[in-house]
Design a protein around this ligand. Structure first.
Ligand code: PCA
Length: 155
């Protein structure tokens, strides 16, 4: 069976609101196993944006920070399952990016799928650039789960 890596930096991380998409083991949802905490080799702007406070890794490599997230080994079914959540390719795009495991900083970087945001505007680039996303209770920008998005908006 072919496996690959995905690097998650937002709501799919452990302790975040969509992590159950990683751990679901229904056969049609595929399989994922945690490899470790990692950081992107290239910096990116990581922002929380829009009416639902969604974390976005903006597709402008070279700006922002080396982003901290988690790498998982996944099968093709899990990638298809995550694509449903992320509405790939109409909402997010995804690309293979190099990431370094924090506990193996001298090892060859891994190539991992990352969901990237190409549809940014100048407004996105005015937001604070994060290094490590967390949807914590104290945040003013609480993530609104997909099934709670009743707000109609033109954003
Ligand atoms: N989910 C994906 C992309 C942003 C998000 O919230 C992730 O965690 O990497």
């Amino acid at each position: 069976m072919s496996t690959m890596h995905v690097f998650v930096y937002g709501t799919l991380k452990r302790g975040q609101p969509n992590h159950h998409w990683m751990t679901s083991e229904r056969p049609e949802h595929g399989r994922a196993s945690l490899v470790g905490v990692a950081r992107t080799v290239r910096p990116f702007p990581l922002v929380v944006a829009g009416p639902w406070n969604i974390p976005y890794c903006v597709d402008r490599p070279g700006e922002g920070h080396n982003i901290t997230g988690e790498v998982y080994r996944i099968d093709a079914e899990k990638l298809r399952h995550l694509d449903v959540l992320e509405t790939y390719p109409t909402h997010y795009n995804r690309r293979l990016e190099e990431v370094t495991l924090l506990d193996a900083p001298d090892a060859t970087p891994l190539s991992a799928w990352v969901y990237l945001w190409e549809k940014y505007t100048e407004d996105h680039l005015q937001l604070p650039f994060l290094e490590n996303y967390a949807n914590d209770a104290a945040s003013e920008r609480r993530y609104v789960p997909k099934d709670q998005r009743t707000l109609q908006t033109t954003c």
